[in-house]
Design a protein around this ligand. Structure first.
Ligand SMILES: [Zn+2]
Length: 437
């Protein structure tokens, strides 16, 4: 940390008063004030003074946490077509201060990401660079772009080395469609780049592409090939996916290789997405497996835009070459976001401080940014999230149409981003009236 000297009370320019402050990194959980000075956390404590001229936010009844970090989103707007959302709609305007794009930008398209997404965003933006030269164009619609011949390890390494402040890892996939075409070769190349760079590889589990005709793969065998390749710090994503080849076998048991991965120090990202299954989440949690981080995996095919436009109806329905899955009539997703994904885990018995840790201190560790963000320590960047825990009855619906009644719903209110207060107003956020049971 560059400085741990906190500003004197007279120098505070923003004071958040009277909220329940939950900061897992420091073990803080209580009714406290948070003071900010010149974009940095200045102090956390009871009854901090608010000097004349400082902004005072009275937040009795609210929750204050380090700025929430969404470890999985798709925000390479325009270049990835309607797959890529606006960074600030997913980020600060949804109550989230840091957003990590998973596999949108590639070695070929990285400069556009830096200039047109990272630079103008009020949200703090990072990425896990795509393994593939094509990046996440239209949500990886054109499967033939994604074989090993479209991967160049040297180009990944060079781009990551040229952009060390932005590239925090490498995004790869391990799923039946890819395995039916190329086996594990794409992941092997991603790992080669990751090892050269000393960066983690984030592995998508669960169906992305349909399997190649006449070359079917048993989904349960994929993780058996993946785990031996992984190192401590790599990430398995989508543990709760409704698709096979995730953590949960067809018979409802947890694949034994998951435990082997955890023993190696591999971490787990929720990657909520549009394939979230309450039943599989229950099975994973009941086995004592808790996700490390909580990426929401928002993209243009699983949100409803304010213009009443597109609405995600299934992974393949936008794809001329592919048939929609049999159950494409399912809604696949309700409107959601990071707070909603946190509420879902709370409804399944995970505690509020646990989900806050996933979205703050654990996520900062994944990004190796724990000296700057993910905690409310004096001297750290003043990225802060403010939300409410609404009490009532809410119907949460997963991508299989399974419903769970929740008695608590996290609802974002505002963020502080480098000391600046931004009110939440994203049209992507779920409509509370629609969720009322
Ligand atoms: Zn994704």
């Amino acid at each position: 940390m560059s400085s741990t000297v906190s500003a004197l009370p007279g120098a505070y320019d923003l004071v958040l008063k009277g909220a329940r402050v939950i900061d897992p990194a420091t073990g803080t959980d209580g009714i406290l004030d948070v003071a900010v000075s010149e974009g940095k956390i200045a102090a956390v404590g009871p009854d901090l003074p608010c000097p004349p001229g400082a902004t005072r936010l009275d937040l009795a009844g609210a929750i204050v946490t380090p700025g929430l970090i969404d470890t999985h989103a798709h925000i390479y707007e325009h270049v990835t077509g309607d797959f890529g959302l606006n960074a600030d709609l997913v980020g600060v305007r949804s109550g989230v201060t840091t957003v990590v794009d998973q596999g949108g930008p590639s070695a070929l398209t990285f400069n556009g990401f830096r200039q047109f997404v990272v630079a103008p965003a009020q949200t703090r933006v990072f990425c896990f660079i795509s393994t593939y030269l094509a990046g996440g164009l239209l949500g990886h619609r054109y499967v033939d772009l994604y074989g090993p011949s479209g991967i160049n390890v040297a180009a990944i390494v060079k781009t990551a080395r040229d952009n060390p402040r932005l590239v925090k890892g490498i995004k790869a996939h391990a799923e039946p469609g890819g395995f039916s075409r190329w086996g594990i070769e794409s992941l092997r190349l991603a790992k080669q780049a990751g090892r050269e760079l000393g960066l983690p590889v984030y592995v998508h589990l669960g169906t992305l592409w349909p399997q190649k005709e006449g070359a079917s793969v048993d989904p349960q065998t994929i993780i058996e090939q993946v785990v031996p390749l992984l190192d401590a710090g790599d990430v398995l994503a989508h543990p709760f996916t409704r698709y096979p080849s995730g953590f949960v076998n067809a018979d409802g048991t947890i694949h034994p290789l998951v435990y082997e991965a955890l023993a190696k120090g591999v971490t787990i990202d929720v990657g909520r997405g549009a394939h979230f299954s309450f039943d599989n989440a229950r099975a994973v949690l009941a086995a004592g497996i808790l996700p490390t981080t909580l990426g929401a995996d928002l993209h243009g095919y699983n949100v409803k835009m304010p213009d009443g436009g597109r609405w995600y109806r299934g992974m393949f329905t936008n794809t001329a070459e592919m048939e929609p899955p049999e159950d494409a009539s399912l809604p696949f997703s309700t409107p959601y976001g990071v707070h909603h994904a946190m509420s879902e885990l709370i409804a399944l018995g995970v505690t509020l401080p646990q989900v806050v840790a996933m979205a703050t201190s654990n996520a900062a560790k994944l990004l190796r940014m724990e000296d700057r963000i993910g905690a409310l320590k004096p001297g750290m960047d003043a990225d802060i999230s403010v939300f409410r825990v609404l009490k009532g009855e809410w119907t949460l619906r997963d991508s299989n149409g399974v419903e769970v009644v929740a008695h608590q719903l996290l609802h974002p209110e505002r963020v502080v981003r480098m000391g600046r207060v931004i009110e939440v107003d994203s049209p992507l956020l779920p409509d509370l009236d629609q969720l009322a049971a």
